[in-house]
Design a protein around this ligand. Sequence first.
Ligand code: NAP
Length: 428
Amino acid sequence: MSNGRPVRVGLLGCGNVGGALVELIEREADAVAERTGVRLEVTRALVRDLTKDRGGPAGRFTDKGEEVATAADVDVVVEVMGAVEPARTLILDALKAGKPVVTANKELIAAVGAELFEAASTAGVDLLFEAAVAGGIPLIRPLRESLAGERLIRVMGIVNGTTNYILTKMTEEGASYADALGEAQALGYAEPDPTADVEGFDAAAKAAIVASIAFGVRVAPTDVYREGISGVTAADIAFADQLGYAVKLLAVVEAVGPTDVAVRVHPAMVPKTHPLASVRESFNAVFIEGEAVGDLMLYGRGAGGMPTASALLGDLIDAAHNLRAGGMGRAPSLGTATISPIADLRSQYYVSIDVDDRPGVLSAVAGVFGEHGVSIRSMVQEGLEKEARLIFMTHTALERDMQATLEGLRALDAVDRIGSLLRVIGPE
Ligand code: NAP
């Protein structure tokens, strides 16, 4: 049973996610009150355009942020407006006014999370952000609470639905990158300007948040090594497939020393036997490896109004409980980490190289690998018209040696083009 008066919710933003949250709260209000003892009621919502018809009482909507962030009839603030400003300022105002804040904004948490957590801690109220990473998939709470005592080895995820959709179309239908992107845009999975998704910026912001939570250290999006999928070709995917791998855009966060973490986003070859290889279309999944717990995988809808609203609702109920109890949950305490440079990565590699089809070229190419101490595991040669395409898989090597190899190959006359370099996941 719900005890006391309703917990009044103010929304900063009422678009795709905010609108879904209003619908969910209104639809589930009785059931949530019954199950959790918290009755939620949306009292205010900030929007830019007051003339849009959004349903709900007209008096709920305002275009002035302070009429939500510090309003007397708002107990908890939900930020779903996006971007850093004015969201940051409004959240700081709300926290100072003693209101817990729930947000879905990864860009904001990745960029200024440390400042906001400090403000929340000073005010003694919650700042919760489950919805900011992997939409509807519970990830932040499992990392912060269920796995609080776990020594985590690695967290590796498909955290961008747009790129996973594009790679799925390229894999299953042999589509080119351009055609698959066009289809994703037509379906509304990709933005008209897809840069944030396809070049890995969105995944890098999420990787920074996951690294901070999983390893308790401050990681900024600019600390994340980042490559997107725009250079991946249908031919790379077909070769990977023949070799028993799926190509996925992965966000990888791993402990590499007592205070060192490696954080990177790049396309990778994932063995088809690995659970992440079976994650198709716009689904997301996060694979967690811990010393005691072993392997875990969380899978689901990483975006979309309702899945994201589901994560916000869970946070809202938590914040409302803590508010009633007169306090806050455990805030993340973030230490300093050394970010391990990508040059120190040890991985197997896949690389495709187009060369002149004449005698001696193969041994010259192989020689460059040898010069830099990169050992070749397998090589496939395909005839093109006057050229040959050489596809190499290496044994585990240091990234800096692999990059030096590519540099050396570029200097060879017979090398016309170096295609994708893909890191290969898993043991040899
Ligand atoms: P959206 O549909 O564009 O909605 C944004 C809302 O905020 C709109 O109601 C807009 O008003 C309002 N708004 C934005 N800037 C404003 C300003 N300066 N002043 C007043 N109102 C402003 O965005 P969304 O897709 O719901 O995403 C919201 C947040 O959730 C973002 O941080 C996003 O990264 C995050 N998120 C989204 C998803 C998803 O699947 N969409 C998933 C996970 C996380 P108008 O309605 O008048 O334009």
